[in-house]
Design a protein around this ligand. Sequence first.
Ligand SMILES: [Zn+2]
Length: 634
Amino acid sequence: MKKLLSLVIPAFLLLIVTSAQAQQLTLVAMGASKSRIVIPQKATVTEIQAAKVLQDYIQRISGAFLPVEADNIKQQRGEILIGNVNRPELKGVPKDKLGKDGVFIKNTGKSLILTGGSDKGVIYSVYTFLEKYLGCRKYSAAVTYVPKKKTIVLGAINDMQLPAFSYRENFYRDATDPEYQLWHKLDSHVGPGKSEWGYWVHTFETLLSPKDYGQDHPEYFSFYDGKRHAGTVPSWDGAGVQPEAQLCLSNPDVLEIVCKNLQAAIKKNPEAVYWSVSQNDNVNYCRCDNCAALDNKYAAFTPEQKMYSTHGSKYPALGMGSILTFVNKVAQRFPEKIISTLAYQYSRVPPKGIVPAKNVNIMLCSIESARNTTMEKGDTSFSSDLKGWGRLTNNIIIWDYVIRFSNLFAPFPNLRILQPNLQFMSTNRVSAVFEQGNREIGGELAELRAYLIDKLLWDANVNVDEVMNDFLTGYYGKASKQVRKYIDLLHDHNMERSGYKMSIFGKPVLEKELFLSDSLITVYNKLFDEAEKAVSGSPEIVDRVKTARLPVYYAMLEIARDEKTGKRGAFFVAANGAKIPNPAIVNILYDFVYQCVRHNVTRVTEWKTTPLEYLEDYNKFLEMPEKALTKILE
Ligand SMILES: [Zn+2]
């Protein structure tokens, strides 16, 4: 029996080796080029860009310079075929399946094909190839890892990838970096590249403003409480004014004016595909007889069943009937464009008896959801609305929120729900996702969060654990184990704790007995001490570890400010009763602010509080006169 096995196994292995060898393709041998990059004679901008990126990285990896040549030269072995080149191998590419952004990578043994969908597929293929097959990484806008290899030999590759969502936006500062954006196959509704979005959100005021029409045509605006509301109110950020209400969508003149203004905007930006025709940021929708009749006709529920209290509305979530009737009419006039509208607050519930036109996109926002449990389980109101919309259309964009906006540096253990949420969206026919992360520089584990989201937006079923470990090892080096332990502990003490809703607007004080307990904070600090020690030979990585630690410091500072005295407080009470700022807290404050300033952190909370303002404010609190302090301590 033993003998038989020993005979059988080598023969079996031989077969594998032979077939793998047949696929082997040498691009570089001992630093010398064995290949060339071929592009179409009339290459597109993206194809040229893709070729140059590949040339650059192969040179950085191996030192070898691969020439870029047009496809009108005679074919030879070892070519890298970029995009739509004139080579027989391209006949085997299933172009119709690749859509806009699909990736196609194949080693035929004779040449390497790097091509993809009609939009950015080809450059996405190059970056995918660099990452998956040559081991390059783009951890952040600033940190790129390029391995060193004198020889590059490819084994068998036959890799076609299609994205989980056709539009993928990760709203993080790093994602505005042009190379980061391409590397991670991200879209963006703001710069630097061309945006697919002409108008983004809350556009009724742009398309028909109270400023232009309020005075002469109050009938264009919402009717409620016995009158028309055609004026403005101070905007929520105090920077200007915003409409006090919405449009009267059943008024035919409103449709004409909106379409005329939209037409003019499209003319200025003809390439944009998505145009938002959506409600202003308030809940004061029109209840004139005609609008109310449409809302009632298409309501899938009685008003009492769906009241939205989250944004202070005293009115039922009944507004979609009149909106969708209106938006469908607009969409009919612009068949080449996608008209996006909000299913938000009073219009979030899917209607019955009316469906969005084919070129209408429904934008749903999950702002109210808890973040320590999945969207499906933790926010049944939202998830049932999404399921309902998924039955009406497959043209849905979710505006999702993935960080803590009120305290950008607070620990926010929601990483374990990112995947189930995106999977849930994907199975309910969501086609586009806008993940609102941190628009500011910095924030809790910003690089890791952005990276995980990048990967999930492309493949909602990716192995998150592997991606995270890969990132941590590359980014934190020998400190990666401790950082991972810290992340695991935070999450272990957070998920689905009964009764606690971790919201995007919370604060560390609310979590001081959960994942920010005194004993856990002690463990976190110990882990970060060890982590810094483990990488003490690499100042650059020590610096990254110090940045990863900032949320622990921030939590300590916020809890100390709240507790004031006692073990976790900001003050010692001396024997004579005097309150002295706790030197440990003071040092943490200085470290926190210094590290933030060093890295150009713009804000500690969304919209306000720079690191120096935070220091100033905290200092005032620490230096509070004894009397005032005694008073607040009482
Ligand atoms: Zn009306």
